[in-house]
Design a protein around this ligand. Sequence first.
Ligand SMILES: [Zn+2]
Length: 439
Amino acid sequence: MQTDKLRILSQNLWMALRKLKMRWAFVALLPLFAIFTAFGTSPGNTPVKVKVKTIVQDVTLPLPVRPVSLDEEFWQMDQVRSDDTLANLFKRMTVRDEDAIKFLMLSPEARAINTALIPGHSIEIKTNLDGKLLHLEYEVDKENILVADLTPKGYQVSTEKLLLQKHEMLSAAKIVDSLFGATDEAGIPDAIALQIAEIFSADIDFVEDLRGGDILNVVYEAFYNAGELMKVGNVLAVEFVNDGKKYTAIRFGEAEGKYAYYTPDGRSLHKSFLRSPVEFTRVSSNFSKGRFHPILHRMRAHQGTDFAAPQGTRVKASGDGVVDFIGRKGGYGNVIVLKHDNGINTVYGHLSKYESGLRRGEKVAQGDIIGYVGMTGLATGPHLHYEFLQNGTRKDPMTVSLPVNIPIDAKLKPAFEKASRQYLAQLSMLNQRQMASKE
Ligand SMILES: [Zn+2]
């Protein structure tokens, strides 16, 4: 409606300008004619009085006139607001169509718009001049749209899959103080930042280990519809330079579900233990060390690592193992002890609670959630007290953690090497861009 008005307005303006120009042309030409006539009709130097008459005439060129038709269609787009109902959404979009509202309110196929409108989701409608609804499209989720069409038989409602175009995105970021700070700055979606933290979880703790000046280069999948980012997919390749040490991961697999991350020379990035058992989230990443004051444990010897994290942050089993102890124990508060191969035990203290149903003797896999950060026992702030013991003595998990051997099938090796070369070239290009921007 609005654009149409604007179009008519601009047409009128254009016509007015044309008229104006014609007038100016006439007025401007008249004196010339007059002078020419003066010379032409002055034999014998007889002064001849020249009559100058100004003629103003409207000269309009025939313009194509747009007839206003009752069949005229208007497209409008809007976003669902927090307390919208279908009725007030239609009212705002000037749909004056009781039949359509009634039908859509009762249609079970139109559930997404009659009972499950989601704030922020977009809706596009086509109406005629009378406000009759001709067509409607509603964003159900990132992959589906609800379509209602007026046909001679009435409204037809269907849910259609959005046509998504997959793109490979190349992004570079530089860490100032946090991973999310850097990815926000570079426009890298949160889901990709979390995947990166997960991919390198055996080597880098993205809260404790980050240094200002660390470099991130990433290639990831993004899905677009009509130029709009609908969702992100997987990280395809990523390079992280942490404190001068470079870590690279390439995604490769023979079939969906069998994908894993490898070093460029084909070694699995998966290790027997995680660098940090605390789940990395946007909140935990901002839970700065500054707010954490190490507590003087009145345990006989403090032989663990304290990971500061907000109350309730999920705690993961750092390796495959069996629950050896779950319960309360002095200064540890609520504690879980896992038993692993090679005489290794891991200890998780001060938990606010355990994962429900977790019992002694139960098997857990690396990354399984076993409990939640708290401050039970001798702790004055929420944190995870973590110990890594081999035959009863404290060890550095980084030196004990071994790569979990998932070899690339020999017949897939050439395909891996080809993919690896291509991704490394893209990462190197990003790296050069980072270098160039530094100068
Ligand atoms: Zn501790």
